[in-house]
Write a protein that binds this ligand. Sequence first.
Ligand code: 15L
Length: 276
Amino acid sequence: MTDIPTRPVLLTGASGALGRQLTAYLSARGWPLRLTDIAPFPTPVPAGCTFTRADLNDGVDILRLAEGCGMILHFGGVSVERPFEEVIGPNIRGLYHIYEAARREGARVLFASSNHTIGFHERSVPLDDDCDLLPDGYYGLSKVYGEMMGRMYWYKHGVESVAVRIGSCFPEPVEARMLSTWLSYADLCRLCERATLAETTGCIVLWGASANARTFWRKDAREKIGWLPQDSADIYAGQLLGKTSGDPIIELYQGGAYPRMDYTRIAPPPGHLFAG
Ligand code: 15L
């Protein structure tokens, strides 16, 4: 395995927080990056990379950008809970454009999925990658759609996908829940590097979290790409363990504040710990 992909890598969402981290890490290693985002790239574009402003809704632009690429790191789209009408364009139609481009180019996709695909699972129950999908809002639902789109393109067209259910990818964890869900920037960058360089991946799901002792998540397909997280939220436990919300719904579910947004039930369904 070489350390530099032979074909260009398309990175969507390049101007966002995670996109900028990936750009810095991969361009420093001499990777041929094609960057794109609907927003301008906020700093000078690194040598060896190109940046093109594009809307994921524009299928022609996305197909053109992906020409000749062997990998699409798909971080573009809406990345937090938003009303349905705002999510549908970038995260549903845009995703179709990404997978069509991958099919035409014979490219692999790394899909930035989210823990909000499973946000209505209780924190007390550890999950494997094949758990029931329980999205906690329209954003999480769009990520479920993305994972299913990857499966369909794998079975129908042989397009490889690595769906990463990202926990909380920030410079450092800032509240107690993130002692379970935190993913360091460095672990994310190494994961994307491994997912791109791996000989084959098939269609797999990974939990995007660092090596946190308090994790909610267990088995996944990380051995397929040879990735192991090297960082851990554990060193922040002393300062964060007491930093909880005080809201029983937020504290019950893995998705934290997302299940609580626009929540209109009087109590959780029967069987959930909180009930009764
Ligand atoms: C996500 O999917 C979001 O993109 C991020 O902003 C955080 O809210 C994260 O999940 C989380 O659950 O902490």
